[in-house]
Design a protein around this ligand. Structure first.
Ligand SMILES: Nc1ncnc2c1ncn2[C@@H]1O[C@H](COP(=O)(O)OP(=O)(O)OP(=O)(O)O)[C@@H](O)[C@H]1O
Length: 335
């Protein structure tokens, strides 16, 4: 439903051209939560802001639900923007207006509903984000998480089809981040809203996204389902993000493993396989001993996954490797 055809962008500053997005083809499906991750300056914000034409492309076409939005002029652009909500890292709320008035603002600007209808819709939106009791407060009286909930309610006011999230949880602590991400996931599934979010944290991607694009120097360098990209990263930038999120120092780990005897392997489990008693049965069958060097069990969105780094000693190691290779796990022999 969001279709980029060779879209590119360069900013012009003092007669100089600063490339921000290389020619990019990208399709984001309706109802999908699509994450874009990259380091500072990679071009994430540019890509996101091209979707609702906050930035004008230097070339290429952006087609949304079959409509080429690249050429939209004033009235068409205003109507189109009502279909695309946006939330921001620093919330962008009006400090002189109450929570209810902030949420009502896009509806007042659209000028399509009566005062009573706007009041009803604002109540409904505040209920959705759990803020009814705070309707008459001012932004300064709210916590960061509550401010972002106001931002979400405001973004949903005109019943958009797409929600753009610009580092929406970067200013929040981990617990508040989790609750805001949970709210986004709920909105996505209840309203079938397409969500495109940008972040520099792999953890945000892991918790809510269906697919992820990794950006580096104005290009998408890796793209795929989150489990695929997260568990089997191909590009060096992706690998760095994954290691960062797991707080693993690769060279430190290599040094640690240098003192360990035996074959070293990493097993990755997904879904039901995460809970299967594989290690014990392979050890009994082949007589190998194993020690666990590193491990993690977590979730990618709703799907459990596990990753274990093991050292195998004794017994029939080749037979054990063959057992793992036959099982419903991904096997990497590290040494
Ligand atoms: N308005 C602008 N004028 C000139 N150059 C810009 C402008 N906005 C972005 N750039 C440049 O375009 C490139 C991509 O920037 P962009 O903000 O899209 O990256 P980003 O990945 O979102 O970074 P960050 O995480 O720091 O926001 C950078 O080199 C940046 O300096």
């Amino acid at each position: 439903m969001i279709d980029f055809h060779q879209v590119h962008k360069a900013y012009r500053v003092a007669g100089q051209s600063i490339p921000a997005l290389q020619p990019t083809d990208l399709q984001i499906a309706r109802g999908e939560v699509f994450g874009i991750i990259g380091h500072s300056g990679a071009g994430k914000s540019t890509l996101l802001r091209l979707i609702n034409r906050l930035e004008e492309p230097s070339g290429g076409r952006i087609v949304i639900d079959g409509e080429d939005v690249t050429g939209l002029q004033a009235t068409g652009l205003r109507r189109f923007r009502q279909q695309v909500g946006m939330i921001f890292q620093h919330f962008n709320l009006l400090s002189s207006k109450t929570v209810a008035d902030n949420v009502a603002l896009p509806l007042r600007l659209a000028g399509e509903l009566s005062r009573a209808e706007i009041a009803r819709r604002v109540d409904e939106l505040l209920a959705r984000v759990g803020l009814n009791e705070h309707a008459n407060k001012y932004p300064a009286q709210l916590s960061g998480g509550q401010k972002q909930r106001v931002g979400i309610a405001r973004a949903l006011a005109t019943r958009p089809k797409i929600l753009l999230c610009d580092e929406a949880t970067s200013a929040l602590d981990p617990q508040t981040t989790a609750s805001v991400l949970q709210l986004l996931a709920q909105i996505n599934s209840e309203l079938n809203l397409t969500i495109v979010l940008i972040t520099h944290e792999m953890d945000v991607i892991r918790r809510v996204c269906d697919r992820v694009a990794v950006m580096d120097a104005g290009q998408i360098v890796e793209l795929g389902p989150v489990a695929e990209v997260f568990l089997h990263p191909q590009h060096s930038t992706t690998r760095r993000f994954v290691l960062e999120s797991e707080q693993v120092d690769e060279s430190e780990q290599r040094d640690d493993f240098a003192h360990v005897e035996g074959r070293i392997l990493r097993l990755t489990f997904q879904g039901e396989a995460t809970y299967a008693p594989l290690l014990g049965s392979v050890a009994r069958e082949t007589g190998v001993d194993y020690s666990i060097l590193a491990g993690r069990i977590d979730r990618i969105k709703q799907t459990p996954y596990g990753q274990l780094t093991l050292a195998l000693t004794g017994g029939d190691i080749e037979a054990a490797l063959a057992c793992f290779a036959r099982a419903d796990v991904h096997l990497e022999v590290l040494r």
